[in-house]
Design a protein around this ligand. Structure first.
Ligand code: NAG
Ligand code: NAG
Length: 357
């Protein structure tokens, strides 16, 4: 049944992708057309239950593929055990390998009134984000005492586009080509301005994994629906992403009609901007009753502040004022500093709390 659902989703994606004319006409919005070239498909959408358990239990030193951390700065792993408390917290780890979750829910000690759905960044070792969950929960145990933390794992991709990219990364969509394109060149040059990034983000030649984004958007919508069912009426559901997960969350905010209470996209960017701008007439008609907040770290060399700022500006252009899009700068924060207890983790918690009240 589970795999039939996935197959149906994938089939729907392919059918939608094969109807670019309808999408270009603008109504109803389905998804931007995909190129006719060979397509980088995800190869492992959901882990088996034993593979999920093993991944959550990982207790080895994390490999920072971005290369920004010195060995001393690499955060320690925080192994999780299904059915046990997340170490040092009052939240219980509930594992569910099946679609749409394909991950875990951290069940709070008190009756839940809110859910935070967290989309992790591009990595070979998504388990390092358990350290982030651990840090944030311990930073504000009272604030999160009634909050479910929902942690789906992204599919593993093999990029067929960027030969410089190693295989087996967990990704919400294949963003590997951007490292070799205008956005990647912008990130590599510390002098790139907001205007420079805006230009890179709307580069018509940029590769856009429309099918991967479509699949992730539908999966997030299904997870949001499950959270709505798990919460009492009036419960808050917040989508929170980091890095490539923030890119996916920004995309969900742009295209989806799903009922959220906030989107917090930390240290990412807006993918597929040319297609989104083309469809902005339709996308800006969706009634979103929530705010979108793009958060940057002042010392981030990956999701550079100018890239996040440019993404916020573009998202405002796409949504044409129909939704409040904020840009928040956390001075001094680096790409991974929120994983470690301290000022930057506390600042992220403060941002999230705005959406839980
Ligand atoms: C994880 O490894 C560390 C050593 O790096 C050890 O101190 C700790 O007890 C281990 N945790 C678990 C749950 O095995
Ligand atoms: C760690 O990541 C770097 C950069 O992607 C890669 O070159 C290296 O092979 C990786 N190391 C391991 C042990 O996977």
């Amino acid at each position: 049944m589970a795999s039939a659902t996935v197959a149906a989703l994938l089939l729907a994606s392919v059918l939608v992708a094969a109807a670019p004319a309808a999408a270009r006409a603008g109504e109803p919005y389905v998804f931007p057309p995909t190129p006719p070239s060979p397509y980088p498909m995800e190869r492992e959408a959901f882990l088996s239950a034993p593979a999920l358990r093993a991944l959550l239990a990982t207790n080895t030193t994390w490999n920072d593929s971005t290369g920004v951390l010195t060995p001393d700065e690499v955060p320690l792993a925080t192994p999780f055990t299904c059915g046990a408390r997340a170490p040092g917290t009052d939240h219980m780890v509930r594992c569910d390998a099946s679609p749409p979750l394909g991950g875990i829910v951290l069940e709070p000690p008190c009756a839940a009134t809110a859910s935070i759905i967290f989309l992790h960044g591009r990595t070979e070792g998504p388990w390092i984000y358990q350290t982030l969950l651990h840090t944030l929960l311990r930073s504000a145990p009272t604030a999160f005492a009634s909050v479910r933390w929902v942690f789906p794992l992204a599919p593993r991709y093999t990029s067929t586009v960027s030969p410089s990219h190693p295989p087996n990364f967990h990704l919400w969509f294949d963003l590997t080509p951007v490292f070799d394109e205008a956005i990647g060149r912008g990130v590599a040059d510390a002098a790139t301005t907001v205007a420079g990034f805006e230009e890179a983000l709307v580069d018509a030649d940029a590769t856009n994994d429309a099918l991967g984004l479509f699949f992730t958007t539908r999966r997030v919508e299904a997870i949001v629906a499950a959270e709505r069912r798990a919460l009492p009426a009036g419960g808050k559901v917040v989508l929170f992403g980091h890095s490539a997960g923030a890119a996916a969350a920004s995309h969900v905010a742009a295209v989806s009609r799903v009922h959220l209470d906030g989107v917090v996209a930390a240290q990412g960017y807006l993918p597929g901007a040319p297609a989104l701008l083309r469809l902005s007439g339709v996308l800006s008609r969706t009634r979103r009753r929530y705010r979108v907040e793009l958060v940057a770290g002042g010392a981030d060399q990956i999701g550079r502040p100018a890239l996040v700022d440019a993404s916020a500006r573009l998202l405002r252009r796409v949504l044409r004022g129909s939704t409040d899009v904020h840009y928040t700068l956390l001075p001094g924060a680096t790409h991974f500093s929120m994983l470690t207890p301290g000022r930057d983790a506390d600042a992220v918690v403060d941002v999230l709390r705005r959406y839980l009240e």
